[in-house]
Write a protein that binds this ligand. Structure first.
Ligand SMILES: CC(C)(COP(=O)(O)OP(=O)(O)OC[C@H]1O[C@@H](n2cnc3c(N)ncnc32)[C@H](O)[C@@H]1OP(=O)(O)O)[C@@H](O)C(=O)NCCC(=O)NCCS
Length: 216
């Protein structure tokens, strides 16, 4: 959730049928089986290489965050995280940055970490980039003694909530009205997210990373 004054632009998704990027409120969910012919099993380039972001990447990360979330400061867990200072991971395909994951170590406790921002560019969604970034974050965290990772999303972001639970997070708490409050602090009466659903609540999820067993 954004903290700068700019009117927040909501993240966009990528239509898996026509391939076009869609406005946040234009998203619709379809149920499909995992048959390749139904596009339920998408081609996933392998291996996907994830690297630590450098200062050139950081400018791109901050621009993407402003475009998707209206700010380069991210509100989550009752904190504000400036992307100018957070460590982050990048996936790049043929010189094009496909996805970013910014994180905070030692938050809120020494043996915990938090996902500050996860964005996969619309044209690269559904190809395993988000899953690869999550795996890379766990690989960063484990040697540092981190035992669990937290993330927060909003009530409307059904694809995001689906994604996080598919990669092993479980819902840990819901702060009713928290997202609406941030939106009000930015002078907006109401904001609408995925599918035009009013954005109201912050949903916190947690993943214990002690086990090395894959979750998908
Ligand atoms: C949510 C998001 C990070 C997922 O990244 P992704 O690279 O598309 O995800 P993956 O390809 O690794 O797919 C993992 C699972 O998430 C599902 N998924 C979630 N969002 C999806 C999307 N936009 N397109 C296709 N699949 C998506 C996939 O179906 C897949 O599930 P499956 O294993 O049952 O097939 C990405 O869609 C995104 O950047 N969304 C906008 C910003 C956002 O909402 N960020 C996170 C919440 S704060």
């Amino acid at each position: 959730m954004p903290s700068e004054k700019a009117k927040p632009a909501r993240p966009i998704y990528h239509c898996t049928i026509c391939g076009e990027a869609m406005p946040w409120a234009g998203g619709r969910l379809r149920l499909i089986c995992d048959n390749v012919a139904c596009h339920g099993e998408r081609p996933r380039p392998s291996p996907i290489e994830v690297r630590e972001g450098d200062e050139h990447d950081r400018l791109a990360l901050m621009n993407v965050s402003r475009r998707f979330f209206g700010s380069s400061h991210i509100h989550a867990f009752d904190e504000v995280f400036p992307l100018a200072r957070t460590p982050f991971l990048v996936v790049e395909f043929s010189g094009e940055r496909a996805g970013y994951m910014a994180y905070a170590l030692n938050f809120p406790e020494n043996d915990e970490a938090a996902v500050v921002l996860l964005v996969v560019q619309p044209g690269f969604q559904g190809r395993g980039v988000g899953t690869a970034l999550q795996g890379a974050l766990e690989a960063v965290c484990r040697p540092k003694g981190v035992t669990q990772i937290r993330v927060s999303s909003t009530n409307d972001n059904i694809p995001g909530l689906y994604f996080y639970q598919r990669v092993g997070y479980v819902v840990d708490g819901i702060t009713l009205g928290a997202a609406a409050q941030v939106i009000a602090e930015h002078g907006e009466v109401e904001a609408f997210g995925f599918g035009g659903i009013p954005i109201r609540d912050e949903i916190q999820l947690i993943k214990k990373i002690g086990s090395l067993e894959p979750t998908i």
